[in-house]
Ligand binder design. Structure first.
Ligand SMILES: Nc1ncnc2c1ncn2[C@@H]1O[C@H](COP(=O)(O)OP(=O)(O)OP(=O)(O)O)[C@@H](O)[C@H]1O
Length: 245
């Protein structure tokens, strides 16, 4: 086993993953530098979510290596990986998953409290993030009383509040209106840069990818150099793409 380069916070080599026997990742390797915002691009079904799940230790790869700060993740047991995700990683899903019995600030404060931060400090930090994301006024509302776009902002605040070492964001602005997307993405990337948070961002939106420092592209579970997608109207329901690898 060869250790990864020192300046890569995450490093993966030759990842292979199958879902129900079908290949989802086929030998993907990549490094993510500390503080970098890395976009993972590619059409639907190309393996972006699977790659983020593997890198974050959520989904063990059948073959390959993953290193976080020079520590092997691929040899960790499930409980150690769970602790790593809780203490060092943040995750944003394409659709918000909130605890229905907790209000917005309690949801946003939850990861902090799981890390041992006291309720008062956790509330202050959660409130700051809700304000930054323009939903401070919703802090006392339960998820059922929020719009889907507001719920997603709460989920984003929850992911940023503990200032994770690495934030995995899987299509984080998917439920937002186009007008909201730029603002939320700017808040996310500005926060990441000012707090030194490394971001791995899955997206098939070129505007979103443009905010990243670098983009890696996937196609059919493999890394390719570029993926050119024709306009959505022409390609919906088709897997048409041209590539240069
Ligand atoms: N739980 C699962 N069970 C079976 N197949 C799956 C599962 N999750 C993903 N797949 C398949 O694995 C491949 C990669 O899926 P993945 O979700 O990683 O791609 P993606 O690029 O994130 O797609 P999208 O942009 O639609 O989210 C696809 O062919 C998908 O259908």
């Amino acid at each position: 086993m060869v250790a990864p380069p020192d300046n890569d916070v995450l490093w993966a080599r030759a990842l292979h993953v199958k879902h129900n026997g079908s290949p989802a990742l086929c030998g993907v390797s990549l490094g993510v530098r500390e503080g970098e915002i890395l976009a993972v691009g590619g059409p639907r079904g190309s393996g972006k979510t699977t790659l983020l799940q593997c890198l974050s230790g959520l989904l063990p790869a059948e073959q390959g290596e993953i290193w976080f700060n020079s520590v092997p993740v691929h040899t960790m047991g499930p409980l150690v990986r769970e602790r790593l995700r809780r203490d060092r990683f943040g995750w944003i899903d394409p659709a918000p998953v909130l605890v229905p019995e907790l209000n917005a600030w309690e949801n946003a404060a939850l990861p902090l409290m799981l890390r041992g931060v006291g309720r008062r400090r956790a509330k202050t930090t959660a409130m700051e993030w809700l304000e930054r994301l323009d939903i401070g006024g919703c802090a006392r509302k339960r998820p059922y009383a929020l719009l889907q776009a507001e719920r997603q902002r709460v989920a984003i605040a929850r992911a940023l509040a503990p200032a994770p070492t690495v934030l995995f964001a899987d299509e984080p602005t998917a439920p937002l209106h186009r007008a909201d997307r730029a603002h939320v993405l700017r808040t996310l990337t500005t926060a990441a840069r000012s707090h030194g948070i490394t971001v791995v961002l899955a997206t098939h939106d070129t505007d979103t990818a443009a905010l990243a420092d670098r983009t890696v592209s996937l196609l059919d579970g493999r890394r390719v150099n570029t993926v050119h997608l024709p306009p959505v109207a022409e390609t919906e329901g088709r897997a048409a793409c041209s590539l240069s690898a």
